[in-house]
Design a protein around this ligand. Sequence first.
Ligand code: MF3
Ligand code: CO
Length: 263
Amino acid sequence: MRRRGDLEGMVRASSIVADVLRLMRDLIRPGVSTGELDRRAEKLIRDSGGIPAFKGYRLSSDYPPYPASICASINDEVVHGIPREDRFLEEGDIVSIDVGVKALGFYGDGAATYPVGAVSPERARLIEVTRRALYVAIEQARVGKTLGDLGHAVESFVRSQGFEVVRTYSGHGIGKKLHDSPHVPNFGIRGAGLVIPPGLALAIEPMVNAGSHRVRTLEDGWTVVTEDGSDSAHFEHTVVVCEEGPKILTLWEETTELGSCAL
Ligand code: MF3
Ligand code: CO
């Protein structure tokens, strides 16, 4: 982030992301379709003056363009689940919602995993560990720390809880592009990698599997699932590294974890 107006754009885009994640929390219940969640998210984004960043997005030229405004990934689906009008959430499911917004020329990106009705203790624990893993990562997003410090902190925390971080997908720089440099892996070696400069904007997004870290992509070209069928969860915030510490731009939930780090 180089200019003052950059922060304004990122704050705007990220606050729409936060509004969508709050809306999703309120809409998610047994019987709702992921297609309906997508329609509601797109309407809120456009009514707020934003553009859905994922719609039409290509990860690379050999991928089909992404057809929706959110990703909705259920149970063993890790990321990039495509919303469908005939895919209904069921009691006991967990669903990861990922949303990206462009506003004032800048991007915001965020994700959360929600329980559908009452879920098993093990699923509830997977959600909580992944949510805490995100805040462990954000705690490391400070001037002078390295991306290796950040990845190492996430991986050690997740392993200490008996789960595995996904290694195939990472967080990323964000700003005028949705996916910018640097890569922000959720594993790493302490002291290695980029030394974090002031003003760096990052989308930090741990994906955590209850079983093996291995994943594969389904024939639709998008949906990523765990190879062993175990459950997976995903939390993401867009964060700016200020001199005083990390500022979370996509904060949507009440949390005591990092009270001083919200913008
Ligand atoms: N937050 C995810 C990411 O940064 C979602 C990307 S979905 C896509 O990779 F459609 F934009 F590819
Ligand atoms: Co992202």
